[in-house]
Design a binder for this molecule. Structure first.
Ligand code: HAM
Length: 423
């Protein structure tokens, strides 16, 4: 029986890679313009990085992690997201001594054992940023504007930004009491998970997907009504910074996010095109996380965008990303005796940065021309005994047959100049 990919994973085939590369280039370009520097973290970490970082009450930690014991008996977990690993690295590498804000971005794969759905995979990819050391709302607005600019550069419209504030530990304890009061007489009708959530973190109940729980969550009190003065002011600051930047948003008091580390600002970019989840990107502030992971008291804020969902969005908006082909010249060989000259010319052109191909599977001359045509290679150089004897070759433009003569020793920049002018 032939092998197939594991459920929830997929191959990214050469025809699809153009979209990925364009998105990677655009994202790293925008990040660099905002002063973010790339960080690459390991694919797996000690399990506690996530149990502590992401939080024990989350579905991600309770149900979705790929956890295994390594041969040394240590518990390891494939990263279900990037923030906890970046925070671990921030602390381990003493980055709090760098000038604030420390701005990092990443492009990673991540793993969650989730039920497969449109836009939901077990191995997926995220582009994310994390910024450390800035408390005020300006940096929250700045990373949101970074995303807006990235979407704009990729030609994406029609995604909506929803923002909310889920307060700080002080105002949240008041809010949790209200939630507990509200749910106390409803728990018998609700799922076992929600009964558990009630004990650990009642806000998680608002994230429950079960319809019998959703009946009650719709009217539950929201954190926004219980913000302390400091959190209120922070949220107003975010709104006014977004207004200054001309970024449209909706305040959605229902956003609680599925991870435990958030404080104050939370936000999501949503769209109708990316499956039942609808969320292309999510993020927010995590002012206590660095401390919770045994680091110094440094606030943080960030987001992660699901790359698969983003590319689905591009596709549904009819945005096509063409692959940039680098092969410009096909060197067609006329006979066995001229094979060595073809090989040498191909290497010489490549050394000078001109992408080319030559026959490697003993095709007839006709078949070589057919191949070059089908592959969309714009120029063909035919090398036969006459060319070898005369030390010349002609470059033929496939679209209209226009030709130009070159000496085999002509300078590569001249040949390159001709190709770029005529292509
Ligand atoms: P998250 O909301 O769990 O946040 O994930 C961010 C994005 O990753 C989602 O909006 C979605 O597009 C994508 N995503 C999540 N799970 C899947 C999946 N199973 N299949 C496909 N795409 C998925 C975080 O991960 C936080 N670390 C974001 C953050 C960074 N907050 C602060 N800094």
């Amino acid at each position: 029986m032939a092998f197939s990919v594991p459920k929830g994973t997929k191959d990214i085939l050469p025809d699809e890679v153009a979209g990925w590369q364009r998105a990677e280039q655009a994202f790293s370009g925008v990040c660099a313009e905002y002063g973010f520097r790339e960080i690459r973290i390991p694919t797996f970490e000690h399990t506690e990085v996530f149990t502590r970082g992401v939080g024990g009450s989350t579905d991600v930690v309770r149900k979705e992690m790929y956890t295994f014991e390594d041969k040394g008996g240590r518990s390891m977990t494939l990263r279900p997201e990037g923030t906890a690993g970046v925070v671990r690295s921030f602390i381990e590498n003493g980055m709090s001594s760098l000038p604030a804000p420390v701005r990092l971005y990443y492009m990673i794969n991540a793993f969650r054992y989730e039920k497969m759905q449109k836009g939901r995979y077990r191995e997926f990819h995220q582009f994310g940023v994390e910024a450390f050391g800035s408390q005020g709302p300006d940096i929250d607005a700045e990373i949101i504007s970074l995303l807006v600019l990235f979407f704009e550069r990729m030609g994406v419209r029609e995604t909506s930004l929803c923002i909310n504030s889920i307060g700080c530990p002080e105002c949240r304890s008041v809010y949790y009491e209200e939630l507990r009061k509200y749910f106390s007489d409803k728990l018998t009708d609700m799922c076992a998970d929600c009964n558990e959530r009630m004990k650990q973190n009642p806000m998680r109940i608002l994230d429950c997907k079960e319809s019998r729980c959703k009946v009650y969550t719709a009217d539950a009190p929201r954190q926004l009504q219980y913000l302390c003065e400091g959190c209120k002011e922070h949220f107003e600051g975010l709104k006014s910074a977004l207004n200054d930047l001309g970024i449209d948003y909706t305040v959605d008091p229902g956003i609680v996010r599925g991870l435990d580390y958030y404080t104050r600002t939370v936000f999501e970019f949503v769209s109708d095109h990316v499956g039942t989840q609808g969320t292309i990107c999510g993020g927010g502030r995590y002012d206590k996380l660095v401390e919770m992971m045994d680091g110094p008291a440094v606030p943080g804020v960030g987001f992660a965008m699901g790359v698969e969902r983003f590319l689905m969005e591009l596709q549904s908006q009819g945005i096509e990303l063409q692959e940039k082909r680098s092969v410009k010249v096909y060197i067609a060989n006329l006979s066995d005796e001229t094979l060595a000259s073809c090989r040498k010319l191909a290497y010489r052109l490549r050394c000078g940065g001109i992408g080319c191909e030559t026959d490697l599977v003993s095709r007839s001359f006709r078949a070589q021309m057919k191949y070059a045509n089908k592959a969309g290679i714009p120029f063909v150089a035919v090398i036969g005994p006459d060319e070898v004897a005369g030390g010349t070759f002609s470059l033929k433009r496939m679209s209209d047959g226009a030709t130009a003569e070159f000496s085999i020793d002509d300078s590569i920049p001249d040949i390159n100049h001709y190709i770029s002018e005529k292509n």
